[in-house]
Write a protein that binds this ligand. Structure first.
Ligand SMILES: [Zn+2]
Length: 260
């Protein structure tokens, strides 16, 4: 069964679309990390270590739901066998089966928040969720040509034609207790989703961080961040202003990670 966490009336479900070894040595992915950083990261998040000692990378989406109401999905995984992520990620993903295991009918997904438009976050977007608006930051669309020139035709074209692409400008309230936060750096229009109930907070991070090593030193850059300095600043700001909070992450070994 997919792992869940409940915050007030909202259930957050972790959906594992796939997992596999990262395509480059982890020391190259985080060139400034020290031995001590790695030691501490491995202690905190042992499931991110693969059988050969390299970086083992899960790919997750998260579902937010109150009771049997409409579902908000954050990110859409690596996708089917012919998805854009096929060149590097372990497609086909298993999100449809994960949704079934979680008791979620894709037709009940009314909102898909795409944290950013990298290929491992948009794989099932569009076609699998016929009743969903797809939410993207305007800054992300404006920068699209930087990384996925094929996406406009493949994903965004049909969504636009159906009137199911919703463009956001910065922080945006979605439903009571659920808010989209602008978290640029990994990509220019990166966004995360904050869930709040009383004084409890959960952040569905997207790639605000991709490895536990960035919790030990939030300034540590990841080579695939499009604005490395900006990503580090955003990470430091978000973690320092929102903590304590629970992090729901696509790529850490554990789906839910407390941050003190
Ligand atoms: Zn990612």
């Amino acid at each position: 069964m997919p792992l869940t966490h409940t915050l007030g009336s909202i259930t957050i479900t972790s959906l594992l679309d796939g997992a596999g070894p990262f395509f480059m040595p982890r020391e190259e992915a985080f060139p400034d990390a020290t031995e001590a950083n790695w030691h501490e990261a491995d202690r905190r998040d042992p499931d991110a270590i693969g059988p050969d000692g390299g970086w083992w990378l899960p790919f997750r989406a998260f579902a937010l739901r109150t009771g049997d109401g409409p579902v908000t999905l954050v990110d859409a995984g690596i996708g089917p066998a012919d998805a854009p992520a096929a060149s590097w990620a372990p497609v086909p993903g298993r999100l449809p089966a994960e949704l079934a295991d979680a008791g979620i009918d894709p037709a009940d997904v009314r909102t898909v928040v795409l944290t950013h438009l990298h290929s491992d976050h948009v794989g099932w977007a569009g076609s699998l969720f016929p009743n969903a608006d797809h939410l993207v930051q305007r800054a992300e669309l404006d920068a699209l040509e930087l990384f996925h020139p094929e996406l406009p035709a493949r994903l965004l074209g049909p969504l636009r034609a159906d009137g199911r692409l919703r463009v956001l400008d910065g922080d945006t309230d979605l439903t009571p207790g659920v808010r989209v936060l602008s978290t640029p750096g990994h990509t220019p229009g990166h966004q995360s989703v904050l869930v709040e109930s009383g004084d409890e907070r959960l952040l569905v991070t997207g790639d605000l961080l991709v490895h536990a090593i960035q919790l030990i030193d939030p300034a540590l850059c990841y080579v695939h961040e499009e604005d490395r300095a900006g990503a580090g600043r955003t990470r430091e700001r978000v973690l320092s202003t929102l903590s304590p909070l629970l992090l729901a992450t696509p790529h850490l070994g554990a789906p839910f990670t407390p941050h003190p």
